[in-house]
Design a binder for this molecule. Structure first.
Ligand SMILES: [Zn+2]
Length: 425
């Protein structure tokens, strides 16, 4: 279902369609999910941009029959996506807390390596490096978003505004030495330059160094129907087997895995040089076995999953249209990337949802991609109080409902859209 035919010519260059697996290069790929044509999830629009034709690209997920990676093949130009990325990690208190614990955990496990040098690839505004630095680590951030890197530098976290790449490593080593710890959170899911990055990691990582990365976990995504975690910036959906395959290609091995609850379920993966004497924890095999039991190696598992999003779309739109008919005022909470996907896929725009709140100042005053819902501060809930709030940031539903319990006490109702739409009583 290629819908890109009608796009203006000059827009076409903004994405390319690959025909081979990002990890193993196999061409044996099957599309199992199509969420239609969509605007990139983090491309929030200014009022002026609302009048221009919006760039959209097919949002489809494919399964590789060889290494079993689930992946997008329509790759949106990374400069388009990241040059003005509006996501500041430190504006999310929940993420700040998560990374504080993350830093503590790593520092306790590997104090010597942490003191040597911690390099964070895709360091955002230094949300992970700040707690590392506080603990006494030597830190260095690398992030392509210039506006974000600038802020990190101002706050005392040395950050290079660039993409991490193998050809830059020699210079880094000369200036800062080898890294005892390299971290990278969600970056490996958000790039099609995987092999170049991992070649760079291998070179930059000290002999006894540890490479730690966190990615969303495919098994959780499938289990909880988190199809809204699909967006153009999110290219790969990882499980242990394809990751093992990928790291091995670059002389690295997985030594441990921890399950986390970030973004609806993630895994924190610890890796080292293949030749290092570090032993492999039991957990790694347990993850592999569990994934096999679930059927992550079979296309049928993914096809079964793909039947669920259309049901959410049908139920949610019916629910909202009914409320609208009764004259109810509906808004949404959390203009995250997954909100963009959910709203676009379900065709929910500003005629149904009056506004969407977000705590990031960089998003406020802008409009959601594709659906053009105004993004406002959370305080708006108090001045223009709705009857219903859709929690689009459903992974924080408990925290949000606790924080905004005044809303429920005043008779308002929350709607949680995933795994299936429900009104919270
Ligand atoms: Zn593959």
């Amino acid at each position: 279902m290629s819908k890109n035919m009608g796009l203006p010519r000059q827009r076409k260059r903004l994405y390319k369609k690959s025909n081979k697996c990002l990890i193993c290069g196999s061409k044996k790929l099957t599309r199992y999910l199509s969420l239609g044509n969509a605007a990139p999830a983090n491309s929030y629009l200014t009022k002026l941009q609302l009048k221009q034709k919006e760039f959209k690209a097919p949002l489809e997920v494919y399964f590789c029959h060889n290494c079993h990676l689930a992946q997008l093949l329509h790759i949106v130009d990374r400069d388009y996506i990241f040059s003005n990325y509006a996501y500041f990690s430190s504006t999310s208190p929940m993420l700040v807390k998560h990374f504080e614990e993350y830093a503590k955990e790593v520092f306790q496990r590997y104090p010597a390596q942490s003191k040597q040098l911690v390099v964070d690839i895709g360091s955002n505004d230094g949300v992970l490096l700040k707690p590392f630095k506080k603990l006494g680590a030597r830190v260095l951030g690398i992030d392509p978003a210039k506006n974000i890197a600038q802020i990190a530098n101002k706050q005392g976290i040395k950050t290079i505004a660039d993409f991490f790449s193998k050809n830059k490593v020699a210079k880094l080593i000369k200036k800062y030495g080898k890294a005892g710890i390299i971290t990278s959170n969600n970056t490996l899911a958000h790039t099609d330059a995987l092999h170049d990055i991992l070649d760079g990691v291998k070179e930059l990582l000290d002999e006894k160094g540890i490479f730690i990365f966190e990615v969303q976990y495919l098994l959780d995504l499938l289990n909880h129907n988190e199809f809204d975690n699909t967006y153009h910036e999110h290219i790969c959906f990882y499980a242990t087997r394809p990751l093992t395959y990928l790291l091995k290609m670059h002389g690295l091995k997985i030594i441990n895995i921890i399950h986390t609850d970030t973004h609806g379920g993630g895994i924190m993966v610890f890796a080292s040089h293949s030749r290092s004497s570090l032993t492999i924890a039991k957990a790694v095999n347990e993850f592999l076995e569990n994934e096999k039991r679930f059927g992550l190696d079979k296309l049928s598992t993914y096809k079964k999953f793909a039947k669920r999003p259309p049901i959410v779309k049908k139920q949610l739109t019916r629910m909202l249209l009914n409320l609208k008919k009764k004259g109810k005022k509906i808004v949404a909470y959390g203009a995250s990337a997954k909100a963009t996907t959910l709203l676009q896929y379900c065709n929910i725009s500003s005629d149904i949802v009056e506004y969407i709140t977000d705590s990031a100042p960089s998003k406020q005053g802008k409009f959601t991609p594709g659906t053009h819902i105004p993004i406002v501060t959370p305080h708006t809930l108090k001045t223009k109080t709705p009857d219903y709030i859709i929690i689009t940031a459903w992974n924080y539903a408990d925290n949000i409902m606790e924080k905004e319990k005044w809303f429920k006490e005043g008779g308002g109702k929350f709607i949680i859209p995933i795994p299936q739409p429900r009104i919270v009583d």
